[in-house]
Write a protein that binds this ligand. Structure first.
Ligand code: CA
Ligand code: CA
Length: 301
């Protein structure tokens, strides 16, 4: 446990009450995923940034027969520095959030989320159609065979020697906010490229650029191809370059505020071996950063 949590001010009585409430609800629903639930509770209560906040839990029972886990939605309110922003941000799931949206053979995609740790004062962000940070974990429906394809896979970049960090940190599974968890690339338009080492049907991408400050990255463009040079057979699955400053065409997607929930993209089953992600500085500085990129899909036989 690091020094940030040594002055833990969480009201333990409230914590215990919440845990009791959650476990009671859990038992009432007759679900069989105690380890998942307890792990989740433990992570929340140990997260340093949560120490001054109340954690409100709400359980929702998964209605579909093929879902075995209870989905836990949670929200945070209280006296944290970013809590006002979280409380006022509109819900933005960038995906599906209702059980009715699931078709047979689909499951809700989820991932491990790092704790929210906001440092410093946010700079005002003025952009058209800016998407606020999600209030809760985003999710979307994917085929039940979907797996994480990118863990530990090799990463290359237009800037092969990052100013901070190593490119391998983009696929190492660590998503924390602080020093030692993000890489910093040169200014201007830069890309990173993940080699999945085999062609796959890609259903989703989850992207964390930098989440210890409320900021927006410019010209976020995501492409998939079987060509490592991206000269042919390129599919653009996301582009929020609304003013074509990257000169790759105007994108229809909207700039978004970074958070610990990352950006969840629906890749709609595009097929390819390589994923290339562009950015062009951010609203705080001209540099480019990544904490983690996850690619989810089904390997081709
Ligand atoms: Ca990482
Ligand atoms: Ca732009």
């Amino acid at each position: 446990m690091n020094d940030k949590s040594s002055t833990n001010e969480t009201n333990s009585t409230d914590d215990e009450r919440w845990i009791d409430a959650v476990l009671g609800e859990h038992a009432r629903l007759g679900k069989n995923d105690d380890e998942l639930l307890l792990g989740r509770i433990e992570r929340e209560l140990q997260a340093p940034a949560r120490r001054k906040r109340k954690i409100l839990w709400r359980l929702a029972a998964a209605a579909c027969f093929f879902l075995v886990a209870t989905t836990i939605f949670w929200n945070i309110r209280g006296s944290g520095r970013d809590s006002g922003r979280l409380a006022t941000a509109e819900s933005e799931t960038r995906g599906l959030d209702t059980e009715e949206s699931l078709k047979p053979g689909q499951v809700k995609l989820t991932t491990q989320f790092p704790p929210s740790v906001i440092e410093g004062s946010p700079r005002p962000v003025h952009m058209p159609q800016l998407v606020p940070a999600p209030k809760g974990p985003p999710t979307m429906a994917v085929p039940k065979e979907t797996v994480l394809l990118s863990k530990g896979k090799p990463v290359t970049s237009s800037d092969d020697f990052p100013i901070i960090g190593d490119l391998s940190m983009i696929t190492d599974g660590d998503k924390d906010a602080g020093e030692g968890y993000f890489i910093e690339l040169l200014d201007g338009l830069q890309w990173v490229q993940i080699d999945l080492e085999q062609s796959a049907t890609i259903h989703a991408l989850w992207i964390w650029h930098f989440h210890s400050q409320r900021r927006v990255y410019n010209d976020v463009i995501v492409q998939v191809s079987n060509d490592p040079e991206f000269r042919k057979g390129v599919t653009t699955v996301y582009n929020n370059d609304y003013d074509n400053s990257a000169k790759m065409g105007v994108g229809k997607d909207h700039p978004y505020i970074e958070s610990n929930y990352g950006l969840l993209l629906n890749a709609k089953g595009v097929s390819g071996r390589y994923v290339r992600l562009f950015s062009n500085g951010n609203t705080t500085n001209e540099l480019n950063h990544y904490v983690e990129v996850e690619v989810f899909g089904v390997p081709k036989p």
